[in-house]
Design a protein around this ligand. Structure first.
Ligand SMILES: NC(=O)c1ccc[n+]([C@@H]2O[C@H](COP(=O)([O-])OP(=O)(O)OC[C@H]3O[C@@H](n4cnc5c(N)ncnc54)[C@H](O)[C@@H]3O)[C@@H](O)[C@H]2O)c1
Ligand SMILES: [Fe+2]
Length: 411
């Protein structure tokens, strides 16, 4: 057995637990740069949180310039503000874009340089400013993961900074902060979370040669990520549609957030794979949200990978609550893939990358750029080369999963 867990020092979950924020900040600093976006600063919960932090004796400076999908220049503005303020702790409050902005700002305040200096794995030289993260979407899991994802105009696709130093000091997940998410946001962020859990559970199982925790930030499938992934899948599968249908269903909101954070704990050590690799160029071409792209890809990727992870797909179906009693592994895997596709279409997720706005002439570029995400490509259970990636991308364009399955050559 092999298990890796990369987690914050403190992880607090529950309705109203945002009240724990001031006490945690006061333990690590006295000048907090609060990284968020313009929407959040209008929220009454936000104002109350800032008042609570001030009452705990911590000075605050709010940077509300985060832009969704995190273009690089908004980060620089946050760094300049944090330097002028003399911040010794960074608080991120918002969706994944705000949490990732807080991570990168905390990194640049501690180590200087530009974000591009740290792209890739293990490039962060040491601890960053203490980070406290509070998600307001049930999606990315960024509050517990060792990665931040950025849109850099000098790069064709989004880039990641992956380092255990980017794991926050304290994550506080308060489902009440997600009550304001409209159905479309609930759908794409929740679908991103389910995709994290499925990709983490089906990712490659590496050979245990040497200390692979120091070679890869994302070490592949392991017993701890598996436990978090199944926890995530069972909670998200039961709550995503109810939370989408009725945003004031408190139990669904809580389960969805719990599932999204568990999914972050799963992929934070195991990694994600092909669905995320293909989303990067699709997002860049179509300017569609991250969650929309990974969710479109997920059923195609499951079918593409099934010869290499059919048993895992069967287990995923069980965690989703499908009745697979008496079914063969292959039948169960088929039902699981269909159930994920049905769930996503029931919450308005597109069925093909053409529906997201990709043109047929874009496909060679999508293939090349997806293969360029080596951090993600190396995690896929079925090896990806130019031919197989072309097949996967073409199928997701045509809306046809039927030709994707292939058994491993040595079986
Ligand atoms: N670091 C990681 O581990 C990780 C993992 C997956 C994705 N990501 C990244 O996270 C980003 C996506 O994050 P996201 O899906 O949370 O969306 P987001 O942060 O990009 O936010 C999308 C929109 O939703 C709004 N919003 C956020 N919370 C809201 C709420 N409670 N009510 C109403 N509106 C709200 C925001 O203001 C914004 O306009 C992408 O940049 C993606 O690449 C990071
Ligand atoms: Fe994601």
């Amino acid at each position: 057995m092999f298990g890796v867990s990369r987690t914050p020092r403190n992880l607090v979950f529950g309705e109203g637990q945002r009240d724990a924020l001031p006490g945690y900040i006061a333990k690590v600093g006295s000048k907090a740069l609060v990284v968020t976006d313009a929407r959040m600063t209008m929220d009454t919960n936000f104002k109350a949180m800032i008042d609570g932090v001030s009452a705990a004796g911590v000075k605050t400076c709010v940077f509300d310039g985060t832009i969704a999908e995190l273009p690089l220049d908004c980060i620089a503005k946050g760094v300049t503000l944090g330097q002028a303020f003399g911040a010794d702790v960074v608080v991120g409050i918002g969706g994944g874009s705000c949490l990732d902005a807080a991570k990168v700002i905390g990194l640049l305040l501690a180590h200087g340089g530009r974000a591009a200096d740290y792209y890739g794995e293990f490039k962060v030289p040491g601890p960053v400013l203490p980070l406290l993260l509070m998600p307001t979407t049930s999606g990315t899991g960024s509050e517990v993961t060792p990665v931040a994802v950025i849109t850099d105009p000098e790069r064709a696709v989004k880039v990641g900074i992956a380092s255990p130093h980017l794991i926050c000091h304290t994550a506080i997940c308060d489902p009440e902060l997600t009550y304001s998410c409209p159905p479309g946001l609930t759908a794409v962020s929740g679908a991103d979370a389910l995709t994290h859990a499925i990709e983490a559970f089906t990712t490659v199982r590496r050979q245990l040669i040497g200390a692979i925790v120091h070679e890869h930030v994302f070490v592949g499938k392991n017993v701890l990520s598996d436990a978090y992934a199944l926890l995530a899948i069972s909670n998200i599968a039961r709550s995503l549609k109810p939370a989408y249908d009725n945003g004031s269903d408190k139990e669904a909101r809580a389960r969805l957030m719990f599932g999204a954070t568990a999914a972050g704990l799963a992929f934070g050590s195991a990694g994600t794979a092909a669905a995320h690799a293909v989303q990067y160029p699709i997002g860049a071409l179509t300017h569609t949200p991250h969650g929309a792209g990974v969710a479109v890809m997920m059923p195609y990727v499951m079918e593409f990978n099934r010869g290499f992870c059919e048993q895992e797909l069967f287990q995923i179906g069980g965690a989703m609550g499908l009745d697979l009693n008496g079914k063969s592994v292959s039948e169960g895997a088929s039902e699981t893939i269909a159930a994920v596709a049905d769930l996503f279409s029931s919450i308005g997720i597109s069925q093909t990358i053409a529906d997201l706005g990709v043109a047929e002439t874009d496909l060679p570029l999508v293939v090349d750029q997806a293969l360029g995400s080596t951090r993600l490509v190396k995690n896929n259970p079925r090896p990806l080369d130019h031919d197989s990636m072309t097949k996967l991308v073409a199928a997701s364009f045509a809306g046809d999963r039927s030709q994707l399955n292939e058994k491993p050559k040595d079986h």
